[in-house]
Design a protein around this ligand. Structure first.
Ligand code: ATP
Ligand code: MG
Length: 580
């Protein structure tokens, strides 16, 4: 099984890193005791780290499968090249960020198997420094306070085909800029009244260089700095500078930031010239973001699903969030295999959801113990079996791993089997139970179907059979019986009831929202609860434990099992039911 996992493949990000390591681009020691972002303690490990990457989530929602790719990439590269990966909360927007999200992000990164040790940072810790940098840029005539409102600013910005025009406030005297900026910081102006902009080039073909906004006025409480600030730095003003302050070497981000790279480089270069930063500056490298069929990977839309109660919360097992995936039974190993398999590229593409499911199947097949469960039970009575007698059979816990041993399962006169394993009118090629046919009860005896009974409505209620006492699996006589069908069963006497939630894809269409509102594409059959019969040993199962139910798929004990009876989430079926 392991052999199927390709060795972590080479890609253009690795090629760039290896190039930098060879040329010594990041060898220069940058720490010279000046106040930087890193404390001396944190910096102590800098000399030992060949590269530094970072994973920079904004704490405004739960992590989903998209960022998981970024986590594996950033933490994975750091590991591979003897580096360090920082966990940095990019928290510059007081309106949407919450401590609840910070906690869940930490949990999810740990769950995926990564440890940032003491390298946890917050962009908000740099607010004082960023403010100083902004003032220095004003003094250097590289920034100004603009008083156009948002709509006017958009008009002046121009379009992809039309150059922008200078704002009438662009040449405001430095002193006036400094005074206004200070007043903005002191909360003397309303939201939107002014903004600080970088003075770059309004006629640049790259819109990102047309005097981008560095600071906006935002009154409101920030989850860490409270009401200390009434101005907040923009993403573009914060991100690259935070990278530089933390001595990041390779800043790996998604493709939509490719056009921002000239701005990233411009700002760090200017701050280097102003002696706020030191060389060598970080390098931004972009890769294509993950697009997955049949799911939504936009935080804004995920929030909508939760708020409008289309799902039961962030950890609903149908959600593509990592907390949802975990509850459903998806494994970190499965995500790792998935990221390896899809690789890293420069070209945007869609990955079919079935690839992720296949990766889960492969890893869960390795790690899951087997159990026998009947999902759609119908009674089977062995007419020639002694009433009250119980026979012990043995089922392997993992057919490919003998060392995991076997467990006892009991067999008596009445059993539960799957309704689909009996046919009144068998189609051609049907090898399971029908009157006159012989099958093996897996790990038990060979039986011959002798008849069946109906209830008052005419529905088949009970199947009748006879068993062959010398046919028990593992006994010397077993091999003399040649049967084509092999069905699973549980003992009616000792099996227990449990609930299974059959989850399916949350969206019925491949690209939700492609033809209108994504809500209309929700799959109405994405969740169905059934009552099953499962072998008795399942009563020892723990929350989060995943089993393979033979012939059915992978099932994980749900958190709700703590209080109610045993509940399993169907993690993934044994085979792909969506194959076209
Ligand atoms: P959204 O677009 O849903 O708002 P985001 O990119 O703003 O998501 P962040 O919290 O900023 O979400 O993401 C954290 C990190 O994960 C970022 O570095 C981002 O580039 C990366 N990331 C987010 N979505 C994807 C994706 N689909 N594929 C790869 N990386 C992603
Ligand atoms: Mg983002």
């Amino acid at each position: 099984m392991k052999a199927k996992t390709p060795p972590s493949t080479s890609n253009f990000v690795k090629a760039a890193i290896e190039n930098d390591l060879k040329s010594g681009a990041f060898n220069e020691r940058r720490w010279n005791g000046k106040p930087g972002a890193l404390s001396e303690h944190q910096n102590a490990s800098f000399d030992e780290a060949k590269i530094r990457t970072r994973f920079p989530p904004e704490p405004n929602g739960y992590l989903h499968i998209g960022p998981a790719k970024s986590i594996y990439l950033n933490f994975g590269l750091a590991k591979e090249y003897d580096g360090i990966c920082h966990l940095r909360f990019d928290d510059t927007n007081p309106a949407t960020e919450e401590i609840e999200y910070v906690d869940s992000i930490r949990e999810s990164v740990k769950w995926l198997g990564f440890d940032w040790s003491h390298h946890e940072y917050f962009s908000s810790d740099y607010f004082d420094r960023l403010y100083e940098f902004a003032k220095a840029l004003i003094r250097a005539d590289l920034a100004y306070v603009d008083s156009l409102d948002a709509d006017q600013m958009r008009l002046y910005r121009g379009t992809l085909t039309k150059p922008g025009e200078n704002s009438p406030f662009r040449n405001r005297p430095k002193d006036e800029n400094l005074t206004l900026f200070k007043e903005m910081r002191e909360g003397k102006h309303a939201d939107g009244a002014h903004a600080l902009r970088l003075k770059i080039d309004m006629s640049s073909p790259n819109i990102n260089l047309r005097d981008p906004v560095a600071y906006r006025i935002k009154h409101g409480s920030h989850h860490r700095t409270g009401s200390d600030w009434s101005i907040y730095p923009s993403y573009d003003f914060t991100h690259g500078v935070s990278d530089a302050l933390e001595n990041i070497t390779h800043s790996i981000c998604t493709l939509e930031f490719e056009d921002h790279r000239p701005l990233y480089d411009w700002l760090n270069q200017k701050l280097l010239e102003l002696k706020f930063l030191q060389k060598p500056l970080p390098r931004q490298i972009e890769f294509a973001r993950l697009n997955l069929s049949h799911v939504i990977l936009s935080k804004r839309k995920l929030i909508q699903l939760v708020k409008e109660k289309h799902v039961e919360g962030w950890n609903d097992p149908r959600m593509p969030t990592l907390v949802g995936a975990r509850r459903r039974g998806y494994s970190p190993e499965g995500f790792r295999l998935f990221t390896d398999r899809i690789g890293v590229s420069k070209a945007d593409s869609w990955i079919d959801y079935s690839i992720l499911e296949d990766c889960m199947r492969e890893t869960l097949n390795e790690s899951s113990m087997r159990k026998i469960a009947v999902l759609n039970p119908i009674k089977l009575i062995i007419e020639n079996f002694t009433p009250g007698h119980t026979e012990t059979c043995h089922a392997p816990n993992h057919p490919q791993k003998k060392e995991l041993g076997q467990r006892d399962i009991s067999l008596s006169k009445e059993l539960w089997i799957e309704r689909e394993d009996f046919s009144e009118d068998p189609p051609k090629g049907y090898f399971r139970l029908f009157v006159g046919n012989t099958v093996r009860l897996r790990y038990g005896y060979v039986i011959k179907c002798t008849g069946f009974e109906r209830d008052k409505k005419g529905t088949v209620k009970t199947i009748l059979c006879e068993y062959f006492p010398d046919s028990k699996s593992g006994s010397p006589g077993a091999d003399t019986y040649k049967v084509k069908g092999n069905i699973h069963w549980v003992d009616a006497n000792s099996s227990i009831k449990a609930n299974v939630i059959l989850y399916d894809r949350l969206f019925a269409t491949e690209h939700p929202g492609e033809n209108g509102n994504f809500i209309d594409d929700l799959n109405p059959n994405s969740k169905k609860t059934i009552e099953i019969q499962i072998e008795r040993s399942a009563n020892k199962a723990n929350e989060g434990e995943c089993f393979q139910f033979e012939r059915h798929g992978y099932f994980t004990v749900d958190v709700s099992s703590k209080t109610e009876s045993l509940v399993f989430n169907r993690t993934v079926t044994l085979r792909d039911n969506w194959k076209k």
